[in-house]
Design a protein around this ligand. Structure first.
Ligand code: G3H
Length: 442
């Protein structure tokens, strides 16, 4: 359903009431319910994955993995939560100049209230539970605004939480158009925290939101820097996996290859050989490359490809598109004056920029307005660490393509790629605040 603003108000009221009781529910009981929800989610992996296949054209195998990964994430969150939140601190006053030992400060972590979670279309289940789990274990209630494509999968996922026995009103899913209820939700006075994953909308939200903690995972232009001494088979395998899985529709996809001229021909040839083997078609057939999410997305990708063509990029494959289905395409000899050198296609097209020095690669990477992840391929660990230090990215992977997981690792973007840090532990901490009680002795 397309929820109205009145319905959003009702959900917010219910979330506020439910949260008060939930915050008083023992931590071990909260964890127990999360474990139950995780098990139910995994039991229902097949129908939920079918929704993902139909709604967002995720390849069947990847869709099942997303649901299983989500169940694991919820269980891990429950375990991590009891440890983090089960600890408090005791501070004594006489360590600060001028104080006697007559004040004892007891501090612990308390919930924020109502958390608003907005996941993107590419992980409607996994990037929802990565917000739901931490919010709930920490004693918050949660309102989920799922993406339009992916809303049915999200509703089924939320149903699993309801089946586990979470109290009424504690977790609600508000479906509808962003244009109608988006601002209303993000600017709602009942919201105490916003966790958003998506594109530019996150920048607009951060400007409009009130004085509440924000966690934003936005776009990326993840660079893959390849040095001459790299294992070139490993490089090619990671470029294909990193750049083309789920048809490049991942914020952590490899989005530009910056490769030393001396090894460029060899790697391009190896990548092309692998691309030729990818299965292109409908997600039900477990194809590797499936239609991108919308026609406007396909048009945008095509715009980047045509711009590169006009400006002289080398097409390693013939550009082919049928509706929203775009065949994988590697663009060699891309130059910085081409849009694709900087913009995020979110599709199965990947630019290769040939470089003559490591500095040139780092310079290109750091000139981007994004800074999510990056990767470097070399057998020289000292060089790898130096390059990682120099890259302005939230994470740098050495000898592997960028990836968010394992889901307890910190995950963060610099610049326009986001604010705050995610990962299970960081999200639990972010969705709490410190509360102190000071005992004053006479
Ligand atoms: O699309 C954004 C996701 O956070 C990427 O997650 O690296 O597990 O595909 P992933």
């Amino acid at each position: 359903p397309a929820c109205t603003q009145e319905e959003v108000n009702k959900v917010m009221d219910a979330a506020k009431v439910a949260q008060k009781a939930w915050a008083r529910t023992p931590l071990w009981k909260r964890a127990e319910l999360l474990h139950k929800a995780a098990a139910i989610l995994k039991e229902h992996k097949t129908p939920i994955a079918e929704c993902l296949v139909k709604e967002i054209a995720k390849p069947a195998k990847d869709a099942v993995s997303e649901v299983v990964r989500s169940g694991d994430l919820v269980s891990y969150t429950a375990e991590e939560g009891v440890r983090i939140l089960g600890e408090g601190k005791l501070l004594v006053s006489d360590s600060f100049p001028g104080n006697e030992r007559n004040k004892y400060c007891l501090s612990s972590k308390v919930p924020l209230g109502v958390v608003l979670a907005i996941p993107p279309f590419n992980y409607p289940v996994n990037l929802a539970v990565s917000k739901i789990g931490p919010a709930l274990i920490a004693g918050n209630s949660l309102v989920l605004k799922p993406p339009t494509q992916g809303a049915v999968a999200a509703l089924h996922m939320v149903h699993c939480f309801h089946l586990a026995g979470f109290p009424k009103g504690l977790i609600s899913c508000v479906t509808g158009k962003g244009s109608e209820i988006g601002d209303f939700l993000t600017m709602h006075p009942g919201v105490n925290c916003i966790s958003f994953t998506g594109g530019d909308t996150g920048i607009a939200i951060s400007k409009k939101a009130g004085m509440v903690p924000l966690q934003m995972e936005l776009g990326g232009k993840d660079a893959c820097i390849v040095l001459e001494d790299a294992d070139l088979d490993l490089v090619a395998a990671n470029i294909v996996k990193g750049g083309f899985s789920y048809s490049g529709q991942r914020c952590t996809a490899v989005k530009v290859v910056l490769i030393m001229e001396a090894v460029a021909d060899t790697v391009v040839e190896k990548v092309n050989a692998k691309l030729a083997k990818l299965k292109v078609g409908p997600p039900e057939d477990d194809s590797d490359i499936t239609p991108v999410v919308t026609e406007s997305s396909a048009n945008f990708i095509e715009g980047l490809v045509m711009d590169a063509k006009e400006k002289g990029a080398t097409f390693c494959q013939e550009y082919r598109r049928e509706g929203n289905l775009i065949w994988p395409l590697l663009l060699d000899h891309v130059r910085p004056d081409m849009r694709i050198a900087w913009e995020e296609p979110f599709g199965p097209v990947l630019p290769v920029i040939r470089i003559n020095s490591v500095e040139e690669g780092i310079h290109h990477c750091n000139a981007s307005n994004f800074g999510l992840q990056g990767c470097v391929f070399t057998r020289d660990i000292n060089k790898a660490i130096m390059i990682s230090d120099a890259m302005e990215s939230g994470t740098v992977q050495i000898n592997s393509a960028p990836a968010r997981g394992p889901d307890h690792f910190p995950f963060q973007g610099l610049k326009d790629s986001g604010i705050g840090s995610q990962g299970i532990t960081n999200s639990i901490n972010m969705m709490t605040k410190v509360k102190s009680t000071v005992i004053n002795l006479p």
